[in-house]
Design a protein around this ligand. Structure first.
Ligand code: PAF
Length: 282
């Protein structure tokens, strides 16, 4: 596995692969890798002949400097994990200077989808994501890119971006990977103390309970109110808990297939997100 830190070195490798007719897949990450990221790498099996994993903690997608500072980092351990898969050709780990050289002044904005859910309480977050992902697509020349459904709104925004901007990359969605107690894998879970980590399992449990109640006929507003009360009693600060159409992300009141429940909630000082689809109509 090559570890590459500059656009120039990456371009040289990618150029050779392209000339040889290879198909390139990319998994964009911010590091602190876990099995959810490994599932993204594995999802490229059979679709590409070369795999690039990018690790870049993107400062412009953090609206809170403390959150950026505290974001877990560990490139050496990440590199060892990726090398051990035997599947990754390149770990691309550019510096901040390499990604945003002096004078960098552009932003990519996907309007509409970026102002709701996580966009509502993290202003500018998705502009930062769309900007860095556009750059990573250009730099890697990937034909396929894998993104996790845990960041479902991000996935919708990136799909919109590639469609609107005619970027020739296929977006491959990958199902959320969960711990045995249901907690969605996230790099941020590392910041939970052992006690908070145990408490965090309430988040998926409460979502499942709300979905089951809605699917059994409870009006969605009442199920969401009960779920919020449960989470607050369990120590969470709930930023949003909403039922939305999974294609458009518009609010819906009917719990039926095509709808998805979205949550963001903070436990201690760790912000967690999750989402689950409605599988059957009431
Ligand atoms: O999902 C992430 O880890 C990040 O938002 C991404 C897509 C790598 C962009 O920085």
């Amino acid at each position: 596995m090559h570890i590459v830190q500059t656009r120039k070195d990456l371009r040289a490798l990618v150029g050779q692969w392209r000339d040889a007719g290879e198909t390139i897949g990319v998994v964009p990450t911010m590091g602190a890798l876990h099995d959810g990221h490994m599932a993204l790498v594995k999802a490229l099996d059979g679709r590409v002949t070369r795999r690039i994993v990018t690790i870049f903690v993107n400062p412009i997608q953090f609206n809170n400097p403390k959150d950026f500072q505290l974001y877990p980092r560990g490139v050496e351990a990440d590199a060892a994990l990726l090398a051990a898969t035997g599947k990754v050709d390149v770990l691309y780990n550019p510096s901040e200077q390499e990604m945003y050289p002096p004078g960098f002044a552009s932003r990519v904005m996907v309007s509409g989808l970026d102002s709701m859910l996580c966009g509502g309480d993290r202003p500018g977050h998705f502009d930062g994501v769309a900007t860095v992902v556009s750059k990573l697509f250009n730099q890697t020349g990937a034909q396929v890119a894998a993104f996790g459904e845990k960041d479902y709104q991000q996935l919708c925004i990136i799909r919109r971006l590639v469609s609107d901007m005619d970027i020739p990359v296929d977006i491959l969605p990958v199902a959320t990977v969960r711990e045995a107690d249901g907690l969605a894998l996230s790099s941020r879970n590392r910041r939970l103390s052992p006690a908070l980590r145990q408490q965090a399992a309430l988040l998926p449990a409460a979502l499942n309970t709300a979905l089951a109640a809605m699917q059994a006929g409870q009006p969605s507003a009442a199920a969401l109110a009960d779920c919020t009360t449960t989470l607050q009693a369990g120590g969470f600060t709930v930023h949003y808990l909403e039922l939305r159409a999974q294609q458009t992300l518009q609010p819906v009141t009917q719990a039926e297939p095509g709808a998805r429940l979205f949550v963001a909630a903070t436990l201690g000082d760790v912000r967690l997100i999750d989402n689950m689809p409605v599988l059957v109509s009431a």
